[in-house]
Write a protein that binds this ligand. Structure first.
Ligand code: SAM
Ligand code: CA
Length: 256
């Protein structure tokens, strides 16, 4: 029987330049988001049929909001929910709430005595989704703080009891501050705990040449996201996993 290495050799094919490519190189990176139809298939087959009624309602409310581009997608919401349950998360934090889709996914996934410290500079958008969160019976898990997140983290760090106390943190706010968040969160998340940084593929711009035409906000944050990705890859305090879900989410598991 062939070894795994031999099997890989067997699946090699030649491209136009005569270079050898494995079957995985040919297919793997292209398969996930090959077409809009495939993404729609994922949503309609596996995501929407299992989406809680409250999350559907919040998704529909958010779709009517002018900044709806910012919302967490339903497939990412489903992923977060599964992840939180897999790691038995109880004490969590979210930076960047908007109308609360990822917040609701989190609140529904946590046990009844679970807690989410949720921060956003904008209360109005949070309040748009709040009635749905309340109706779902999970609002008691949420401690919402209006304002920039960085000073809240600095305040938390002053109390030793908060160090190493969070099971999970979802960061989905100002990308130019992600490294500042990381340098604080690393002390707040427990050993074995997880920090998820959202939008780490930044609309695909991270892999495009700098002179590619891009929308202004994409260009502005692109360099920060590239710097973050490099810094996380080099940070020995965490194990990382870059997932091509939605706009890319990088999971960091604290190991020291
Ligand atoms: N997680 C949200 C969801 O599921 O819909 C989406 C968050 S949205 C992409 C980014 C949010 O970060 C915005 O609501 C914005 O107000 C907030 N934000 C921007 N800068 C911030 C800061 N310095 N501190 C806290 N929140 C901030
Ligand atoms: Ca996001």
């Amino acid at each position: 029987m062939a070894t795994a290495a031999a099997a890989e050799v067997q699946t090699k094919a030649e491209n136009q330049n005569g270079e050898q490519k494995t079957r995985h190189q040919e297919v793997g990176h292209k398969s996930l988001l090959k077409s809009d139809a495939l993404y729609q298939y994922i949503l309609e087959t596996s995501v929407y049929p299992r989406e809680p009624e409250s999350m559907k309602e919040l998704r529909e409310i958010t779709a009517k909001h002018p900044w709806n581009l910012m919302t967490t997608s339903a497939d990412e919401g489903q992923f977060l929910s599964m992840l939180l349950k897999l790691i038995n998360a109880k004490k969590t934090m979210e930076i960047g709430v908007y109308t609360g889709y990822s917040l609701l996914a989190t609140a529904l996934a946590l046990p009844d005595d679970g807690k989410i410290l949720a921060m956003d500079i904008n209360r109005e958008n949070y309040e748009l989704g709040l009635p749905v969160i309340e109706k779902a019976g999970v609002a008691h898990k949420i401690d919402f703080r209006e304002g920039p997140a960085l000073p809240v983290l600095d305040e938390l760090l002053k109390d030793e009891n908060n160090h190493g106390s969070f099971d999970f943190v979802f960061v989905d706010a100002d990308k130019d501050n992600y490294l500042n968040y990381h340098n604080r969160l690393i002390d707040l998340v427990k050993l074995g705990g997880v920090i998820g940084y959202d939008n780490t593929l930044w609309n695909g711009s991270v892999a495009e040449p700098a002179d590619t035409p891009m929308r202004k906000y994409i260009r502005y944050y692109r360099d920060f996201v590239i710097e973050l990705n490099k810094a996380l890859a080099a940070d020995k305090r965490v194990e990382i996993c870059q997932l091509p879900i939605s706009d890319g989410i990088t999971l960091c598991r604290r190991v020291s």
